[in-house]
Ligand binder design. Structure first.
Ligand SMILES: Cc1cc2nc3c(=O)[nH]c(=O)nc-3n(C[C@H](O)[C@H](O)[C@H](O)COP(=O)(O)O)c2cc1C
Length: 320
């Protein structure tokens, strides 16, 4: 697909603290490769030294899928990021993605992530350093529409292309807009008009129908989904699941976290992260607030288990 290893034009966004292997694998298992074309690790943060290979191996996780999982790197030192990109390739990453969008204070302090949106020549240099460092895998880049405003969008997009990236993902919000509700798809049209490499549009996809709508309305070749995939992991295939199947996702997620060494407290925290936005199967509609208030980790985990096992007993058999 466009000379890239993706198996379909819809991708799961990189999300720190969410798209670790435990969550990613479940989403990739539930959406066939002709519906979900690829995913990304959460960002791997590089400071002055390249990351050791074992860290990259951990980001990539133990499993491989038909759809590729790109390793995302964030950093400001072109040398260290490029050396990390090469190590990522050697660790088995099918592609390397560079983060120019993170608005977190830590990233800005290190002049990385979205801080680089104010310095397009630096973006170009970083992309080029990585392109030169890897031998085979494509280098891609993910930007926001700008820093304080979107006036430099074309300049930033052109810098990514000039550096040799094979795909430009545009999160259509600016750094200042952070994660606000509105997403301006006109900015995606502008990016598409600016570069000749494929553009992946991101921001504001809420439902399965939006996957096609975004591409049709903007001319983007690909589309990336973040938070809506936390609310409904089946969004890529468009399958509507029953309550018990939705609960089984959460219970398998807890089990995967447990197998990965997470404490019950961490498991419950990660479950709440999904429950806060969850829509699939009508599972938490009535009890969302109550579940989020639950302080007893065990009780939350037990509720998920009961719901997941309730399929033989009828749709609403499990009660707290
Ligand atoms: C919890 C969270 C963590 C994120 N972490 C990353 C990250 O590691 N790398 C990145 O490029 N973007 C990250 N993002 C941004 C998403 O990839 C995406 O661009 C953004 O959520 C907009 O897409 P959406 O409207 O579909 O959610 C994160 C977003 C969220 C909500």
């Amino acid at each position: 697909m466009h000379g890239l290893p993706f198996t379909a034009p819809a991708l799961l966004a990189p999300m720190e603290g969410v798209t670790e292997a435990c969550f990613r694998d479940l989403v990739l298992d539930r959406n066939p490769p002709d519906a979900l074309g690829g995913a990304f690790t959460e960002f791997a943060r590089v400071s002055q030294q390249p990351l050791p290979e074992r860290v990259l191996v951990r980001h990539l996780g133990p499993r491989r899928h038909a759809a590729p999982v790109g390793l995302q790197i964030m950093g400001a030192s072109a040398e260290a990021v490029a050396a990390t990109a090469r190590r990522a390739e050697l660790a088995g990453a099918p592609l390397v993605d560079l983060n120019f969008g993170c608005p977190a204070k830590g990233a800005l302090r290190g002049c990385a992530g979205s801080a680089l949106l104010d310095d397009p020549p630096k973006v170009e240099a970083l992309v080029r350093a990585c392109v030169d460092a890897v031998e085979r895998v494509p280098v891609t880049a993910k930007i926001r529409a700008g820093g304080d405003d979107d006036t430099r969008l074309e300049e930033i997009a052109s810098a990514v292309e000039a550096g040799g990236a094979r795909l430009l993902t545009v999160h259509c919000r600016t750094r200042r807009e952070a994660y606000r509700d509105t997403a301006d798809w006109e900015r995606l049209r502008r990016a598409v008009r600016t570069v000749s490499i494929p553009v992946c549009g991101n921001g504001g996809v809420e439902a399965h129908a939006d996957l096609a709508a975004l591409r049709a309305e903007t001319g983007c070749a690909l589309v990336m989904v973040g938070r809506a995939a936390m609310a409904d992991p089946w969004i890529f295939s468009g399958r509507v699941v029953e309550r018990a199947e939705a609960a089984r996702f959460l219970s398998e997620y807890a089990a995967a976290l447990r197998a990965d060494g997470a404490t019950p407290h961490k498991q419950a925290g990660r479950l709440k992260q999904l429950i806060r936005v969850w829509r699939a199967g009508g599972l938490v509609e009535d009890e969302r607030e109550e579940l989020l208030r639950e302080r007893d980790d065990r009780r939350l985990l037990d509720w998920v288990e009961r719901e997941a096992n309730a399929s033989q007993l009828g749709p609403h058999a499990a009660t707290r």
